[in-house]
Design a binder for this molecule. Structure first.
Ligand SMILES: Cc1cc2nc3c(=O)[nH]c(=O)nc-3n(C[C@H](O)[C@H](O)[C@H](O)COP(=O)(O)OP(=O)(O)OC[C@H]3O[C@@H](n4cnc5c(N)ncnc54)[C@H](O)[C@@H]3O)c2cc1C
Length: 442
């Protein structure tokens, strides 16, 4: 083999990186005021996406790595606190409460490229950007979040949210706000048919479709004319939530609150002008229903840049749609220099900001170990949480892991009990905690 071949150059570069991390760390301990945990390295790290996951990892790595080149690719100037959108769509929060500038959280010592990744080539360790640049990396963190595939529902598109009785808390902050307005209008009419659905794919915050149903029910009951409103919930599977106890709880609550539930019904088409929605059943037959208000939950996947790359799951449940990482170590299953965090990964649960909080220290520790050529020291237990708003003013924590067991953060809060305390936690305390995660402090 030619000494100057890309593979040979690459091996040399990796050996150099390994050497410089070890030597550098020792030198730092001896000669600088930096902490023992600070690692000296010249690794080139590219982080794609600076939402909850990408921003948390950028902050953590920028503090731990001395001399690294860290590049963050993120086109948006604005950071959205998405967990607040259910409160916006339920009329509890003002929309502007969920918005901050990305510059508030971006560490000063990273190179922030305001563009988006269009193609990922892990065999050559490059990322092509929409602005025409191509970045090379030694280590890559994929943190692109999720893609909303509204167009997979025939007749549907994101810009329909807010028109023809179509709401969707997921679409955007504007979409959540328009959803709030449509629910207000429906309630003001004093009667009618509301349809709520779940999606046939994994979705971010799988509790959000339930929360939108339960807060709307709360508001319908507050009118004193609940009987004038018909509410139906359609789900593609037999249940409504992955955690079995919560699933049973919500199904029972829907029954108590007069929600007509339809299992094995997938929303596959919508006719906005007619205000009708078509569902496909397990046997392929279809049923079409009228609505006055419908809450649409789109099918979701990793963004196309990931889906169209070699980094995507090749087969199985997540095949063709999600980032192929080990859901415990967060390291890519075939490209060890690639890590993933957040909604983009192929995992059975986990698409929450609470999961990002748990994953960020794992990615930090394991990526730094990879740079040092050490075994990966940490594993993620699948911790996820999505405070289930069971009505305006009450919620339950809903914290669990891959094994579906509850993982309560507060021993004094019963994970199976609705309470005003958990509502207050969701309403007042989660947002500051979320920003601490972005800053890499929690
Ligand atoms: C309505 C709603 C309610 C929710 N409620 C809760 C809750 O109660 N509790 C909870 O814990 N979580 C909740 N979540 C989920 C939570 O917001 C997400 O799980 C979390 O934001 C995931 O972080 P992420 O970094 O993976 O994705 P995001 O935070 O979405 O960030 C992804 C970033 O990647 C960028 N990006 C995308 N594609 C590219 C590309 N090709 N190139 C470069 N950049 C790219 C995007 O611009 C974005 O900034 C909710 C979400 C929604 C929508």
């Amino acid at each position: 083999m030619n000494d100057k071949s890309p593979v040979s150059l690459d091996l040399n570069r990796r050996r150099f990186l390994q050497f410089s991390t070890g030597a550098g760390a020792a030198a730092l301990l001896a000669s600088s005021g930096l902490t023992a945990n600070t690692i000296d390295t010249r690794a080139r790290i590219v982080i794609i996406g600076a939402g909850a996951g990408g921003m948390a990892v950028a902050n953590r790595l920028s503090r731990r790595l001395n001399g690294a080149s860290i590049t963050v690719v993120e086109a948006r100037e604005t950071h959205h606190y998405q967990p607040g959108w259910t409160l916006v769509a339920s009329g509890v929060w003002k929309p502007e409460k969920t918005v901050r500038p990305n510059s508030q959280f971006m560490p000063g010592n990273v190179d922030w490229i305001r563009s988006s990744a269009t193609a990922l080539d892990p065999d050559n360790r490059t990322v092509a950007l929409a602005n025409g640049e191509t970045l090379s990396y030694d280590y890559l963190v994929v943190a692109t979040g999720i893609q909303l595939n509204y167009e997979e529902i025939e007749g549907m598109s994101a810009d329909l949210v807010g028109q023809h009785g179509i709401g969707s808390v997921y679409a955007s902050l504007e979409g959540a706000t328009r959803t709030r307005d449509l629910i207000d209008q429906w309630i003001a009419r004093g009667q009618g048919q509301g349809i709520f659905v779940h999606a046939p794919t994994p979705v971010k915050c799988a509790g959000a479709p339930l929360k939108m149903t339960l807060t709307t029910l709360s508001r319908l009951e507050a009118t004193g004319n609940r009987d004038q409103f018909q509410v139906d919930f359609f789900s593609p599977g037999g249940g409504v939530f992955s955690q079995p106890w919560v699933n049973d709880f919500v199904i029972q609550r829907f029954a108590e609150q007069g929600v007509n539930r339809h299992s094995f019904h997938t929303l596959t088409a919508i006719q906005p002008q007619d205000r009708t929605a078509t569902f496909t059943l397990g046997d392929g037959s279809t049923v079409t229903r009228d609505y006055d208000f419908i809450h649409v939950v789109p099918p979701m996947s990793a963004p196309d840049a990931v889906r169209n790359s070699a980094l995507v799951n090749e087969e199985g449940r997540f095949g063709g749609n999600w980032l192929d990482v080990d859901m415990y170590t967060m390291q890519h299953n075939r490209y060890p220099e690639v890590f993933g965090i957040g909604d983009v990964i192929g995992a059975p649960i986990n698409k929450t900001a609470a999961s990002v909080k748990a994953q960020a220290p794992i990615v930090e520790a394991n990526l730094i170990a990879a740079i040092q050529n050490q075994p990966l020291p940490r594993k993620h237990n699948g911790y996820t949480s999505c405070p289930l708003i069971t009505g305006i003013g009450k919620a339950m924590p809903v914290e669990f892991g891959y094994d579906m067991e509850f993982l309560p953060s507060f021993p004094f809060i019963d994970p199976k009990e609705e309470s005003w305390a958990t509502w207050t936690f969701k309403d007042r305390m989660l947002q500051p905690a979320y920003y601490a995660v972005l800053e890499g402090r929690a």
